[in-house]
Design a protein. Structure first.
Length: 267
């Protein structure tokens, strides 16, 4: 096999390596069988939850196991929604034991996925699982408690983007989190100014950050509307943005992300 003109050959594996691989495969298959046995019996308990954790650490792309894990949470750990009043928009639900228990379970589940996310930052199913957990926070917790969890999640996206500024999964997830934080469900308000400033910071770090430019282009129409920008203000804003992107083109004229944004501005 050749890569960039360099021929690569697979080195001979030692007997120790082969035995280690066989042990891993056996462990993987044993976990699958144990999970299936629990599912057949309809036992969605702490034991099954732990089995899913072990298997997902080996393979976080195994989406079926994520679904099993969710069922464990809703069947055994989270309180039954029919047994307690859903918090309303004003957050008037009482801080009862069920509420506190749900907070602990949801935060523990978010904590479980952190090491997986660090090891597999572009695994769709990990991001999807976190979004499901956050949705449960809205369904089960008071507005202040749910909002606190969502705001913490926004901080996590910033941390992930500090590690990899071009992680499009993290950028897309950030848009979802921001949209929910702005929503009436969480008594939100517009974050357009803050997010516009965030794209500026990320672009200054890396002019080739396509996702940051894309986010910026999505924010601008709403930003101008919220500012009540008249034609003169819009023209001045356009001049500033063109200056920013053309400054980048002077440094990297071959950068496609800059040209896309330039096209957006002049269209």
């Amino acid at each position: 096999m050749a890569s960039h003109g360099v021929t690569r050959t697979a080195g001979a594996r030692t007997e120790e390596q082969r035995q280690r691989d066989r042990r891993k495969i056996k462990k993987y298959r044993d976990l699958e069988n144990q999970i299936r046995t629990h599912e057949v019996s309809g036992t969605y308990d702490h034991v099954l939850l732990q089995l899913t954790a072990e298997l997902l650490r080996l393979n976080p792309e195994y989406y079926t196991i994520w679904n099993v894990r969710r069922r464990c949470l809703t069947s055994s750990l989270l309180t039954k929604q029919s047994s307690r009043r859903r918090p309303n928009v004003e957050g008037e639900a009482s801080e009862d034991e069920g509420h506190e228990s749900d907070v602990e379970v949801l935060k523990a589940e978010l904590a479980f996925t952190i090491p997986l996310l660090m090891g597999f930052p572009k695994c769709y199913w990990i991001w999807d699982s976190r979004q499901w957990i956050l949705s449960q926070a809205i369904l089960r917790l008071t507005v202040p408690a749910a909002r606190d969890i969502w705001e913490t999640e926004l901080g996590l996206t910033s941390m992930m983007l500090n590690k990899d500024q071009r992680n499009f999964h993290a950028w897309g997830y950030r848009r979802i989190v921001v949209a929910k934080l702005e929503s009436p469900e969480l008594r939100g308000k517009s974050m357009a100014e803050d997010e516009f400033a965030y794209t500026t910071k990320m672009i200054r770090r890396d002019l080739s950050n396509f996702s940051a430019w894309h986010n910026r282009s999505q924010i601008i129409p709403r930003l101008l509307q919220e500012r009540g920008a008249d034609p003169k203000m819009r023209a001045a804003f356009l001049v500033e943005e063109l200056s920013l992107v053309r400054g980048g083109l002077n440094v990297g004229p071959e950068d496609q992300s800059l040209w896309y944004y330039h096209q957006f501005l002049i269209s």
